[in-house]
Design a protein around this ligand. Structure first.
Ligand SMILES: Cc1ncc(COP(=O)(O)O)c(C=O)c1O
Length: 377
């Protein structure tokens, strides 16, 4: 007999720093009377993020979506942008808002990121960029994508919304491609309630990001590019600084939760844990399993629905595929026949609850529920 949880268990809970840690910083903001436009907290957070992510250039934003828009404009992206359908709506929508067109490409069956072997066939004279997503924080095959981009003169932009702290062979994920976007939304491991950043290696590109997020204003006398308001304010930055201090302990707790899931889910027929390739330091943003309906015995949707009866609110990220949205389904690249892997994977993935304050006995109970669903439906 499996007992439901008394209180709902959500897929995540925002990381909240001790209120004191925030209040001290808010007091500094109050005494400065400087609420936005590259204030003291903003400058401190930008420097701290640069150190944490080990990237030379960081530009902070009010959210990740505006950061993506600014990156696309700064890189002069036009025409076709090759991207994955297996992502959050912001990825293809940012391409569309910038006046370019998403060209959907299938994903790798193991990494679940853009499949480099499928990218090249989609490149035409109209293609200007590859916008790849480190989905769930799993790094794309950055070397293969860069090689293709170099051969065809394309820009590479990474949506690293889930990859805060991911490292490949010890190198921070924000160092690859022309630029990377991070989201600091409340659901992310590191957050500033809403917020985001662009990282890159080029100081001049970073300067363009900084100008464009401030309406293109260069000085009181001069406005250059067609900018937008993408500025992170001082309240967001103060929260971000307080949250950043809590990230190492949160990571440690999340690693323990992930290890427990792995141990307790081991050997379940038809269930596999989605994992990073070797040599990758994980962002611990999501804990994702795949459920093969034939060998597991029922579908991912059945597991998702049954878990709800037990008061467990898993999520089917990133279902439905972006290529099936009304806005995109008529694009030639959106045909399911061109996206067989993504079309299958999106029916199999399930994100289980992952956050530092999730007690290990609760993890055990979720795993018991999944086993029970397999045997009793
Ligand atoms: C893959 C991906 N890209 C972009 C975004 C958008 O980021 P934001 O919510 O900070 O605008 C998100 C979600 O938060 C995301 O998951």
């Amino acid at each position: 007999m499996i007992r439901p949880f008394d209180e709902p268990i959500y897929v995540t809970r925002p990381l909240l720093p001790p209120l004191d840690a925030l209040q001290g910083r808010l007091a500094e903001v109050w005494s400065s009377r400087w609420l936005t436009n590259a204030g003291e907290q903003h400058e401190r957070l930008g420097a701290a993020i640069g150190r944490y992510l080990d990237v030379p250039q960081v530009s902070l934003f009010n959210n990740g979506t505006i950061a993506l828009l600014v990156a696309l404009r700064a890189l002069g992206i036009r025409g076709g942008v090759i991207t994955t359908p297996f992502t959050f709506p912001a990825t293809p929508h940012a391409i569309s808002w910038s006046g370019a067109r998403p060209v959907f490409c299938d994903i790798d069956p193991v990494r679940l990121t853009l499949d480099p072997a499928r990218v090249e066939a989609l490149i035409t004279r109209d293609t200007s960029c590859i916008l790849a997503v480190h989905v769930y924080g799993i790094p794309c095959d950055v070397n293969a994508l860069q090689d293709i981009a170099d051969r065809h003169g394309l820009k590479v932009l990474y949506d690293a919304a889930h990859a805060f702290g991911t490292k490949i062979g010890g190198v921070g994920i924000g160092n690859f491609g022309d630029a990377s976007m991070f989201s600091f939304h409340a659901t992310k491991l590191f957050h500033s309630a809403e917020g985001g950043a662009l990282t890159c290696r080029s100081a001049s590109l970073r300067k363009t990001f900084d100008d464009l997020k401030n309406f293109g204003i260069l000085s009181q006398e001069e406005v250059s590019g067609i900018g937008i308001n993408g500025k992170m304010n001082e309240l967001q930055a103060a929260l971000g600084l307080a949250v950043l201090e809590c990230v190492p302990a949160e990571l440690e707790r999340r690693r323990a939760v992930i290890a427990r899931y792995r141990e307790r889910l081991e050997g379940i027929r038809g269930l596999t844990v989605v994992s990073e390739p070797g040599g990758v330091e994980s962002s611990c943003q999501y804990f994702v399993v795949r459920i093969d309906p034939v060998s597991f015995g029922c579908s991912r949707d059945t597991v998702f629905d049954r878990l709800k009866h037990y008061n467990v609110f898993a999520r089917k990220y990133f279902h439905p595929l972006c290529s099936t949205y009304d806005a995109y389904r008529d694009l030639p690249s959106a045909s399911p026949a061109h996206l067989p892997v993504a079309t299958r994977v999106v029916q199999e993935v399930l994100c289980l609850p992952l956050y530092g304050t999730l007690p290990l006995p609760a993890v055990d109970a979720v795993c018991d529920m999944i086993r029970h669903i397999q045997t009793h439906g």
